[in-house]
Design a binder for this molecule. Structure first.
Ligand code: NCD
Length: 306
């Protein structure tokens, strides 16, 4: 089985920090990397909607001098005829050198990795994990704050279904001096398996609240998230909860002057566009960092050293 990235735990802390250093080197010296994947093909298999993740993987591969095979619509693939994830993975292994897969079912990219003869990257599986968004997030925190430890990190919104939240908590839990502030409606609280197996297992401090403004002054990072409509069982609950938190300039009044405001995007209503011009808004930097981290990751999984 090739080396894959299914869960952020598949990478050690040292490896994550190496990827951040590679991303920084790519930013400083893009020419050095522009042909390193010449002759290699990335297949993007997306069984769920995406803008940033798929396009950033594809841009990453092109900027490394490689090529892309793209399946962006499950309805037009053999999955619609009933093909299994395992068979799709075996098939795509005949055409490509590496796969990035997004799937609505938790665990589907793991099944693909167990059946493919090439590396598989989990580009988001249901409400479970999203390790490459975490790489983008860690790179952003490192570049903005100059560290990944000693931070008070607020997660706000849909902490139940938000897979980016689960993966980032997992990654940050390995650092010292991290405190989590979990802000959500009661119905969308962080799953207890993440709380117990990750936060408590690492002996980290956390608080849970429904009130964003009262905790705002203590935050170094505020990670806003969209309420994950596609994971709800009924539309009524979604409509009731969707606008639970809307970050406005008014609500930022008590915030630190060096707060880092993050969001994996897409944004629906969670952050007022008036905040986009605030120097503390980092969500479009996250988008760009995501491309560089995916470049670094593709090189690592293909065993390419520069
Ligand atoms: C996130 C995702 O797909 O989980 N988007 C992304 O990949 N940047 C967040 C979301 O969809 O809300």
């Amino acid at each position: 089985m090739s080396r894959s990235l299914i869960d952020i735990r598949d990478l050690s802390t040292t490896e994550i920090e190496e990827l951040i250093r590679t991303a920084e080197d790519i930013i400083a010296n893009p020419k050095k990397y522009s042909e390193v994947c010449h002759g290699k093909k990335l297949a993007t298999l997306f069984f769920e909607p995406s803008t940033r993740t798929r396009l950033s993987f594809e841009a990453a591969m092109y900027e490394l001098g490689g090529n892309v095979l793209s399946m962006s619509n499950a309805a037009s693939s053999s999955a619609a005829k009933g093909e299994s994830v395992a068979d799709t993975a075996k098939t795509v292994s005949c055409y490509a050198d590496i796969i990035a897969m997004r799937h609505p079912k938790e665990g589907a990219p793991l099944v693909a990795a167990m059946n493919a003869s090439i590396p598989v990257i989990n580009a988001g599986d249901g409400g479970h994990n999203h390790p490459t968004q975490t790489l983008a997030d860690l790179c952003t925190i490192s570049r903005e704050k100059g560290r990944l430890d000693n931070l008070t990190v607020g997660f706000c919104g849909d902490l139940k279904f938000g897979r980016t939240v689960h993966s980032l908590i997992e990654a940050l839990s390995r650092y010292t001096g991290i405190k989590f502030v979990l802000i959500s409606p009661v119905e969308l609280k962080l799953p207890s398996y993440v709380k117990k197996d990750v936060i408590q297992a690492h002996g980290l401090e956390y608080v849970q609240t429904t009130d964003l403004e009262s905790v705002m002054p203590e935050l170094d990072i505020l990670y806003m998230t969209r309420v994950q409509r596609e994971r709800f069982f009924n539309e009524e609950d979604y409509l009731r909860l969707k606008d639970s938190y809307i970050l406005t300039p008014e609500k930022l009044k008590g915030a630190k002057s060096d707060l880092c405001i993050m969001h994996p995007l897409p944004r629906v209503n969670e952050i007022s566009v008036a905040i986009d011009e605030d120097p503390r808004a980092c969500y479009f930097k996250q988008v760009l960092n995501g491309k560089y981290m995916r470049m670094a990751l593709i090189m690592k999984l293909l065993g390419i050293e520069v």
